[in-house]
Design a protein. Structure first.
Length: 276
């Protein structure tokens, strides 16, 4: 049966930033496929809340939770050894974690992230999670995949891994140019960088049974300011933002044998935004 190729029965799937908005959706995709999601997240509260949400939706399924900082290689190695002791194999890694400043919500302190005075500390912290964290997880968990001669890695990039942010959608009337918030430079650098990491690893491991791909999701509607939503959706041919569950099917496709001949690919799911 064709649909059997989407099954990932009994496979272990590490999801970094797994307790966040999309991390939970990736976990649902894994559970729908019959796999075991392993959520790594730095936030205790988010892990607790993800735990109760997933237990409510999938009461009979197995989900693992680890409070972990993906910028810390030693922590990752301990988790790998713990998982190998339990399951003997690590099958799938979804590099999803990121520092996500909610620029559209004009959260505190974002005035300081304009490029001209972008602080080194924020540059380093963002790169540490979004890019170095993905590199470390691929290195640490990829080792288990290499030993097992099979595995799948999915990097979560963004439509902003393909195009530049249109800073006009973040502008507020009556605010001086120098005080307008912008999407931080780190977001573009990280999301473009993840596509580079994808191509590098896809070719590096092509003969080792490990496939590496990326997806580029676009903005998920999640209670943002209506004025912002209006400006953003004007840039999207389909005229709307994504629903939170609209990436699940693509994720399951890309982590299962349904995509067995795909490696080094970048799949864009953006309502057409990057066509314009
Ligand atoms: N939500 C969107 O509209 C959207 C659109 C395109 C791409 N993306 C990408 O999807 C991914 C998930 O986005 P989201 O909206 O779910 O974000 P989110 O902020 O809800 O989730 C990110 C999670 O990463 C965790 N995290 C941060 N630093 C960590 C660290 N050092 N170690 C472990 N965990 C850490 C956070 O605690 C959080 O739970 C991100 O890479 C984001 O850039 C999101």
């Amino acid at each position: 049966m064709l649909l059997d190729k989407f099954k990932i029965s009994g496979k272990t799937c590490i999801i970094t930033g797994g307790a966040g908005l999309l991390g939970r959706q990736h976990a649902m995709a894994v559970l729908e496929g019959g796999g075991i999601p392993i959520l790594l997240d730095i936030s205790d509260n988010a892990l607790k809340s993800a735990g109760s949400q997933l237990a409510g939706l999938y009461p009979d399924s197995k989900v693992e939770f680890y409070k972990a900082d993906i910028t810390n290689e030693e922590e990752l190695i301990k988790i790998r050894e713990n998982l190998l002791g339990k399951y003997e194999h690590i099958d799938i890694l979804i590099n999803n974690a990121a520092n996500n400043p909610k620029v559209e919500a004009q959260s505190a302190n974002l005035g300081t992230i304009r490029f001209d005075n972008f602080p080194m500390k924020i540059w380093e912290d963002d790169i540490a999670v979004g890019l170095t964290g993905a590199f470390l997880c691929a290195k640490v968990f990829g080792k288990a995949m290499e030993d097992n001669e099979r595995g799948v890695i999915l990097n979560i990039s963004s439509d902003l891994g393909i195009i530049a942010p249109d800073q006009r959608i973040y502008r507020k009337d009556g605010v001086a140019d120098k005080d307008q918030t912008v999407k931080p430079v780190t977001y573009s650098v990280i999301k473009h960088g993840l596509i580079g990491l994808t191509r590098y690893l896809a070719t590096y491991w092509a003969d080792k049974g490990i496939r590496v791909n990326a997806i580029c999701p676009a903005g998920v509607e999640n209670g943002q300011d209506p004025e912002f939503v209006n400006k953003l959706t004007n840039l999207v041919p389909m005229g709307r933002m994504a629903n939170v569950d609209e990436y699940q099917c693509t994720v399951l496709y890309m982590i299962s044998d349904a995509s067995s001949y795909m490696t080094g690919s970048t799949v864009i799911i953006d309502g057409g935004r990057t066509c314009w």
